[in-house]
Write a new protein. Structure first.
Length: 1117
């Protein structure tokens, strides 16, 4: 039966549209779209160095980074999945993250989800390339890593007449799976999304989930949070705003005059607003010009997140509109989050736990907005002039003989029987008595059977104070209790905070109580994740001793469970078995523990015991498909093929993208003589897994972790390689095959595969699994003369155990000294871990010699040179030697460093020439070339100014205020560098005797909007205030800069809510603090003190061009 199902699903591909009685069609066809190409990803592994991304850790490894965006535009063919009924037509693009690419309201031609007509990536995704439009599915982090990569998918027609495309993937960073079904139903104008994440690992993980719905926006577009919403909040819940009328400065935008922030047109700068609302189910947007809108819907009890994001109507918004599309116009995002109400906001998935939620989207027509909505209908009510009220209803299905009822002050005021459907909403305007308040009116729509479909009654929203904002944690030693220290550390882990680590909080707790159960458990799990098994075992044993003290049976089994898991990784199977059995006494770890016990029983070939343990496991987690599939494998091995097939069918019904169950069908077919079924299953796996090596390795490990070595080998050798396919070159496939053969006792076969592994291309081989540790260690032992295994082992270990990684890379280097990536990785580690920049530079220079065409090497070596205070001229010479490489590259990192050095050394003309000739693709929230552009013009202008060539100086000062399109910059709403530009422009006018123009520029400088935290801009504002005779205000700013600089010098504070960017080094933070202090002293005419501060700033950061400038100028005086 399952084999027939698989054939039926596959048969949908390529057909022009299957039309059945349900009036729902699902099909796949090729669509041609103009596409801007993305170059091959960087070959260098990108290890984590503190990058903040969307308020969490912006980790790239074990993925490569896709940051090289081409300007080449081609016509490209994509396989698009379509679902259609009489009301809506949906498009899904599996090749690019499974993005829902389009949603059309057939009743009026309105795209109720943003429809792109071009694939034009920008550097917005976690790994770089990302497209706007459609609906993006984000799990387990926002803008998920694989948003620009292919997903697994199958199409399915359902018995109830609906059709579903299931998409999903194994994400590598946490090894969790998500599956998402997009369904269209007959006679319904909504589409349904079923979201099912599954933690396939023995570890607890935290996750967020948001569906980002793009919509076309314009001056007449309005966002509708539920009417009960009083407030909105920002990322991290560190700021609040009144909704919908704001009188606040929010996200540094001034709405204090009373701005209706529900309208797109009222946002001059990009912003996010999350609805502070966990009592309503919907979020909507409405285009008052097109008389159409979009409703997003989910059960608020498990999907409380409601947010909109806009690039804004301002210059920076328009810049990104142009960057991400050609002709499709501005986009606004309506986001609904499940198990998350903010970004970042993370919930937990326990070992082998799955979760489940449904979400709905549908279009609405000419109803004027949305005041309430559910799966059946939406309602709006607007109060017009002259006591008139407009009421409107929209339904998602045909409702004949429905009743519209208006009740005023508890008495029926209006009633009408209507026929209503998604194509024809009900709209009616009526007069109400003058003495009636809005809150007295209730409007409702009922079915012909009297069942309420939807209703709305305005509420009186009383003014209220803002909720308490989230705060950064205090330093560990300042926190009063061990409990608070534990929960602070846990939150940092849970939210993947990029600025603070949890360990200092745990360590402080252990300093106060070295036996604390919670903290020892947390530290044990942390070390276990890092493959530091001995340390993990010690922490976990300490935790267990505390809870079993005085012969006590523990209430909590977490530490006992993880101790068993740790010992399993260590190969101490006997102790693992004992502790896992003890953990089954705890309901929370009953299912996971029994699953691992079953694996251990399988390793010992005690299949009857394993079946019993799996049955016990499934009593407390019936949805653990890994347990069901292992049970299926055991039943097959003991010859109970029919029982096994029944389990296969049950898994497929629950998870149509479950590979293990179909693999079992393959094995059942081949072992029972049903070769046709086996071939059907093999073909389904080939198409659905689309040759993705990581999925095959994960599937093989499902067998290997239970000691089913023959099956693990067949998955890789028979299903993946299939006939010794020479095009399959991923090294870890062969390493795993060698390891599996070694476990079977065939060392000769193992050596053969280990040798083959070492002969494969190392490109993009970034191991990440804990199991790979044992695999690569064994490969080294058996095949120790080959360099690749220790190289891959170093990659695996670097983020977990960097010192151990260095040793492995050094072993690899001894065996092969002609491999550039080894030198690069060692250079990075010598600098980041050993704090040995000289040794790092030597290693990088060898990497560059072996691979001179890699701009990334030149970028990274210059960072190290700068930190080591290498002569800027020497650094520039190296970059200029490779100028053709770095200038003819779609990644501008190294080129930006060359430009920066040209400016620093006074070669302003050369710098500006390069800046003018090249296109600088920028990451969201980051600009690398623009500051050098401003610096070059200002510093060249100052050179001319001091040469008394004031007119030429003025030209440069004015040019510094431009925002060149080729640098992807635009004027910000607040901040920026125009204060410097206006001040220096004023001085040029003043020197030319044009006092009126000078005064105008000084006034512009003073009026330019600034962030409330003092910065360099406030120094120039203070200078302009002095020019305008406002000396007291200027002195206040100078004093503020001095106080701020001193505070930062004496503080180690970091930005707890950092949203984007690399972590700033302590030296750079201090350099900026001394620079601000110097500016304050300079403003107060304290030349000696200023000179000392500028000198210290330059000592700490040789690249601080303005500290160097002011230091030099101050010395002249």
């Amino acid at each position: 039966m399952c084999a027939l199902l698989l054939l039926h699903v596959t048969s949908l591909k390529g057909q022009p549209g299957i039309h059945n009685e349900s009036h729902v069609r699902i099909w796949e066809e090729q669509v041609i779209l103009p596409t801007y190409l993305v170059d091959n990803p960087d070959l260098n592994p990108r290890f984590y160095e503190g990058r903040a991304y969307q308020g969490a850790q912006g980790r790239v490894y074990p993925y490569p980074i896709y940051e090289s965006l081409s300007d080449t535009r081609i016509e490209k063919s994509y396989d698009m999945v379509f679902l259609e009924n009489e009301y809506i037509k949906i498009e899904v693009l599996p090749e690019i993250g499974g993005r829902l690419f389009g949603a059309l309201d057939k009743t009026n031609g309105y795209d109720f989800v943003y429809k792109q007509h071009v694939i034009k990536p920008g550097l917005i995704g976690m790994l770089g390339a990302w497209i706007s439009g459609g609906i993006e599915w984000n799990f387990p982090h926002h803008h998920r890593a694989t948003a620009y990569m292919p997903v697994d998918y199958v199409m399915k027609e359902n018995p109830n007449g609906s059709a579903t495309v299931w998409i999903g993937e194994l994400e590598l960073r946490h090894r969790m799976k998500f599956m998402l079904g997009i369904s269209v139903y007959p006679g319904k104008s909504y589409f349904e999304v079923t979201f099912q994440p599954f933690n396939r690992t023995p570890f607890v993980h935290s996750f967020l989930y948001f569906a980002n719905t793009g919509v076309h926006t314009n001056e007449q577009y309005q966002v509708f949070f539920p009417p009960s919403t009083k407030f909105g909040t920002y990322h991290g819940k560190n700021h609040f705003i009144n909704w919908p009328i704001s009188h606040e400065i929010y996200n540094n935008v001034d709405y204090t005059e009373g701005v209706d922030v529900s309208w797109w047109k009222n946002h001059p700068e990009w912003t996010s607003i999350f609805a502070w609302n966990e009592i309503d189910d919907f979020l909507a947007g409405y285009d008052h010009g097109k008389l159409a809108g979009t409703v997003c819907l989910s059960n608020h009890h498990i999907a409380p997140g409601k947010k909109f994001w806009t690039w804004s109507t301002g210059p920076r918004g328009k810049l990104w509109d142009e960057a991400l599309t050609e002709t499709d116009g501005p986009e606004l995002e309506l986001m609904i989050g499940g198990y998350s109400d903010n970004q970042p906001d993370y919930s937990w998935l326990q070992p082998y736990e799955s979760k489940y939620l449904k979400q709905y989207w549908y279009p609405v027509g000419d109803i004027g907005g949305v005041k309430n909505a559910n799966i059946d209908a939406a309602v709006n009510m607007d109060f017009l002039k002259n006591q008139e009220v407009k009421i409107a209803f929209h339904t998602t299905a045909v409702q004949k003989g429905a009743t519209v009822r208006v009740v005023v002050k508890g008495e029926k005021y209006f009633e009408e029987t209507i026929d209503i459907n998604p194509e024809n909403p009900f709209i009616h305007t009526m007069k109400i008595p003058a003495q009636v308040e809005k809150e007295d009116i209730n409007i409702a729509l009922f079915t012909s059977n009297g069942i309420e479909l939807v209703s709305y009654q305005p509420q009186c929203i009383e003014p209220d104070s803002f909720p308490e904002v989230a705060k950064p944690p205090r330093r560990p030693e300042e926190i009063e209790s061990i409990e608070k220290l534990y929960y602070t550390g846990q939150r940092l882990e849970q939210f993947y905070n990029p600025s603070l680590k949890p360990e200092p909080y745990y360590q402080e707790a252990l300093r106060r109580d070295s036996q604390d159960y919670r903290v020892n458990t947390a530290m044990g799990i942390l070390h276990l994740r890092k493959a530091m098994f001995d340390e993990a075992e010690n922490y976990l044993k300490t935790a267990v001793r505390r809870i079993t003290d005085n012969y006590t049976k523990p209430r909590d089994g977490e530490a006992v469970y993880y101790l068993g898991i740790c010992q399993k990784y260590m190969g101490n199977l006997e102790e693992s078995y004992k502790n896992l059995y003890k953990a089954t006494w705890s309901q929370a770890f009953h299912s996971a523990s029994y699953y691992h016990l079953a694996e251990l029983s399988c390793i010992h070939q005690n299949y009857e015991m394993a079946l019993e343990q799996l049955n016990r496991s499934l009593t407390t987690n019936a949805n653990n498909t890994k347990a069901i599939n292992l049970k299926c494998a055991i039943l097959r091995k003991i010859g109970k093929f029919q029982n096994a097939l029944e389990l296969v069918n049950s898994v497929q019904a629950f998870d149509p993208l479950d590979f293990w169950s179909v693999c079992e069908m393959f094995f059942i077919g081949s072992e029972s003589g049903a070769n046709e079924k086996a071939e059907q299953a093999s073909e389904w796996l080939r198409k659905t897994m689309h040759g993705y090596e990581q999925s095959y390795i994960e599937l093989s490990l499902d067998y290997a972790n239970a000691g089913l070595w023959d099956e693990a080998i067949r998955v890789l050798a028979e299903l993946y390689l299939k006939g010794d396919d020479k095009t399959k070159s991923y090294p870890m496939i062969y390493y795993y095959l060698g390891y599996y053969w070694l476990q079977k006792g065939d060392e000769a076969k193992a050596l053969e595969y280990f040798k083959r592994a070492s002969q494969q291309s190392p490109d993009y081989c970034f191991p990440f699994r804990l199991e790979s540790l044992h695999v690569l260690e064994e490969a080294k032992r058996i095949n120790g003369s080959y360099a690749r295994a220790p190289y891959y082992l170093g990659n695996l270990l670097y983020e977990m155990q960097p010192q151990r990684a260095i040793k492995e890379w050094e072993k690899s280097l001894i065996l092969d000294d002609r491999f550039p990536l080894i030198y690069r990785n060692l250079g990075m580690a010598y600098y980041k871990i050993d704090n040995n920049p000289r040794k790092a530079v030597d290693s990088y220079l060898k990497a560059i010699m072996l691979n001179p065409g890699d701009q990334r090497l030149l970028y990274e070596i210059d960072l190290i040179y700068a930190a080591d205070r290498e002569d800027p001229g020497t650094r520039l010479k190296l970059l200029q030697k490779h100028h053709n490489i770095i200038a003819n590259n779609n990644v501008c990192d190294a080129l930006s460093r060359e430009i920066m050095l040209l400016v620093q050394l006074g070669y302003y003309d050369e710098a500006l020439e390069i800046l003018t000739e090249n296109h600088f693709k920028q990451w969201e929230g980051i600009s690398k070339a623009y500051n050098s552009f401003v610096d070059a013009h200002l510093l060249r202008g100052l050179t001319k100014y001091y040469a008394e060539n004031y007119s030429k100086a003025l030209e440069d000062f004015i040019a510094a205020g431009e925002f060149p399109a080729n640098m992807m910059v635009a004027r910000p709403y607040r901040g920026g560098r125009l204060t410097e530009v206006y001040y220096y422009t004023g001085t040029a006018y003043e020197a030319m005797g044009k006092s009126k123009e000078a005064k105008e520029r000084y006034q512009l400088c003073v009026n330019e909007r600034q962030y409330p935290v003092l910065s360099v801009n406030h120094y120039f504002k203070a200078l302009a205030l002095e020019k305008l005779g406002r000396h007291e205000e200027a002195i206040e700013l100078f004093d503020g800069l001095i106080a701020l600089g001193q505070r930062r010098i004496n503080s180690s504070e970091v930005d707890f809510f950092a949203k984007f960017g690399e972590r700033q080094t302590s030296a750079d933070r201090l350099a900026e603090a001394y620079f601000l202090l110097g500016l304050g002293y300079l403003g107060k005419r304290l030349q000696k003190e200023a000179e000392e501060m500028f000198s210290e700033s330059v000592r700490l950061n040789l690249n601080h061009v303005w500290a160097s400038y002011f230091f030099a100028e101050n010395k002249k005086k």
